[in-house]
Design a protein around this ligand. Structure first.
Ligand code: NAD
Ligand code: UGA
Length: 435
């Protein structure tokens, strides 16, 4: 199959490289010339484990290439995937579909032969209808179908999520488009990954429902963590105790500083908007968004409380800035609100992140960025672990103690054990566990 991937970001680049690795011919198109220039030089513009090797291998073997020229890329294509960003629209929380529609417009002018236009971006219900309308109006002779194929990969585990998905959801309106999509996913189908063929609108909504449900699960356990702290219970045991029930499931029950990232925050807001628009309000998701928003600043307050009620004139070291480990993505990272609130309370911030410092510098200013975890701690009054990078799981605690002015460690990801930390002489504060 010949595949065009429009948008070479986290989703487009991973999907393109994985499709190529399945044996398809893939051209990734991006309208950012610097990105394409870098990719053509073998430089991968994002940090995603295993991606560099996968891209280079498939380029070398002639199945994967990069261009800014959409017209050329779609000449022989069987399917053109739209994998551009759909951020929150400023002001109202709706998904900003301008990038999707721009891609549809450009596609319309360049289609040759039967092509399935596949929406891989996360888009509100009805976007497929709109894409179809745009293409039909721009190019009445075009021979095409529009399908929805939402992506469920997670950053940091993107390649294995793509290659070994729990399921593939495909929303199509014609058998002809279904055949093309089946052929594209045949390698996974042979691996027995369940493929759900649905209507286009159902596929579009399924993506939002999945993300909103996961965000709800996290928010639920975060509230349980708060309650655990009040009643002297342990949230990790509660999570295990409920998660072993197959109806609940053990994943996404890690209490922490609130969910962040490029997707849950924007997708929950967009779902709320759609639900309001169709007069079927999603009150649970509305509450989730509100609770999660307030949680980030509550985490800054937790750090302040651990420092004796004030951080004025104190230096706080933050370990981990990205919204989760194994990514360089800072979009909606809880660290942003936490750092800014600590600064407002008069603290000086030192910070270290294994991969996200360049991105962090774009959003967090007046921060002393350290080159490694230990120099980050030097002379700090307290350290807070915000993101659970592996590098922070086995810190040399004796060294940590000697570097800090006072041995205060706030662990917002529960990666250390309270009893052990107390034995080591730390003033240790974690989430939802009685110390
Ligand atoms: P991204 O910002 O990393 O990448 C988008 C890319 O599209 C950019 O490189 C941009 O230059 C390019 N682009 C924009 N308009 C273009 C156009 N007209 N022609 C060519 N290129 C264009 O975004 P992302 O994180 O990959 O997300 C893409 C979509 O996938 C979003 O809808 C997102 O919600 C969804 N999604 C993301 C993830 C994730 O983990 N990041 C997972 C599942 C779904
Ligand atoms: C999430 C979904 O997991 C993917 O299935 C989906 O495709 C993607 O959004 C998307 O639509 O873009 P991602 O944002 O990459 O993936 O990362 P997650 O692992 O889901 O983490 C999201 C946030 O929730 C992070 O801030 C993470 O720290 C937090 N989280 C996650 C918790 O606080 N507790 C948990 O138990 C799990």
């Amino acid at each position: 199959m010949h595949i065009t991937m429009i948008g070479a970001g986290y989703v487009g680049l991973v999907s393109g490289a994985c499709f190529a690795d399945f044996g398809h011919d893939v051209i990734c198109v991006d309208n950012n010339p610097a990105k394409i220039e870098a990719l053509n030089k073998g430089e991968i513009p994002i940090y995603e484990p295993g991606l560099s090797e996968l891209v280079l291998k498939n380029v070398r073997e002639g199945r994967l290439s990069f261009t800014t020229n959409l017209g050329e890329a779609v000449q022989e294509t069987n399917a053109a995937f739209i994998a551009v960003g759909t951020p929150s629209r400023r002001g109202d929380g709706h998904a900003d579909l301008s990038y999707v529609y721009a891609a549809a417009n450009e596609l319309a002018q360049n289609l040759k032969g039967y092509t399935v236009i596949v929406d891989k971006s996360t888009v509100p219900v009805g976007t497929g209808d709109e894409v179809e309308k745009i293409i039909r109006e721009t190019n009445p002779d075009a021979d095409f179908d529009v399908a929805s194929n939402p992506e469920f990969l997670r950053e940091g585990a993107a390649i294995s999520d793509f290659k070994r998905p729990d399921r593939i959801v495909i929303g199509v309106e014609t058998e002809r488009a279904a055949d093309v999509m089946r052929e594209i996913y045949r390698p996974l189908y042979l691996n027995q990954a369940p493929i759900l063929m649905t209507s286009r609108r159902t596929a579009e909504l399924t993506k939002y429902a999945a993300n909103a449900f996961l965000a709800t699960k996290i928010t639920f356990i975060n509230e349980m963590a708060d309650l655990c702290e009040k009643v002297g219970a342990n949230v990790q045991d509660v999570a295990r105790g409920i998660g072993l029930d197959n109806r609940i499931g053990s994943k996404f029950l890690h209490a922490g500083p609130g969910y962040g990232g490029s997707c849950f925050p924007k997708d929950t807001l967009a779902l709320i908007k759609t639900a309001q628009e169709y007069e079927a309000p999603s009150r649970i998701v509305e509450a989730v968004v509100e609770v999660n928003e307030s949680r980030k600043s509550a985490m800054a307050d937790k750090i302040i409380a651990a420092c004796g009620g004030s951080v004025k004139g104190k230096t706080i070291a933050l370990l981990g800035l990205t919204f989760k480990p194994n990514t360089d993505d800072m979009r909606d990272a809880p660290s942003i609100v936490i750092a800014q609130r600590l600064q407002q309370a008069g603290a000086t911030i030192k910070a270290y992140d294994p991969e996200g410092v360049e991105q962090a510098k774009q959003v967090l200013t007046n921060i002393d960025y350290a080159p490694d975890p230990y120099s980050c701690l030097e002379g700090a009054d307290a350290v807070a672990i915000i993101t659970e990078w592996d590098a922070f799981r086995a810190l040399d605690l004796k060294r940590v103690k000697t570097l800090l002015k006072s041995p205060t460690l706030i662990d917002l990801r529960n990666i250390y054990r309270p009893d052990e930390m107390q034995r080591q002489g730390f003033h240790y504060v974690s989430v939802g566990r009685s110390n």
